[in-house]
Design a binder for this molecule. Structure first.
Ligand SMILES: Cc1cc2nc3c(=O)[nH]c(=O)nc-3n(C[C@H](O)[C@H](O)[C@H](O)COP(=O)(O)O)c2cc1C
Length: 86
């Protein structure tokens, strides 16, 4: 299992690195998808932009088992399913 992260200004990457330190899992960015085996379980961290989780689409062919998004909203808008739409 690995962590894959998409971050623009660095906050999400900070959280990914904190999770990595706690779990011992390696962190990759969405710029290096080839470094992650397609059958490897992925915990994805991305940032919210206009109600959508950025970067998740880049992992369409990967085995994403958990998704976490950072943002300034109190909840994922408009809803979790739409925010995670690939
Ligand atoms: C253009 C733009 C659009 C954003 N849209 C949303 C949004 O729809 N919902 C939300 O909760 N946060 C939104 N945010 C806030 C970012 O998701 C938040 O600052 C995030 O932590 C940035 O992560 P990063 O530092 O890893 O790039 C937006 C930020 C920007 C710059």
């Amino acid at each position: 299992m690995v962590i894959v992260c998409e971050s623009k200004t660095g906050f999400t990457m900070k959280y990914a690195n904190m999770l990595s330190q706690k779990t011992g899992l390696k962190v990759f960015t969405t710029r290096e998808p080839d470094k992650v085996w397609s059958d490897e379980e992925v915990i994805f961290l991305g940032w919210m932009k206009a109600g959508m989780i950025q970067g998740l689409r880049k992992l369409k062919k990967h085995k994403v088992i958990a998704v976490c998004a950072t943002g300034i909203g109190l909840k994922a808008e408009p809803d979790n399913e739409t925010a995670m739409k690939l």
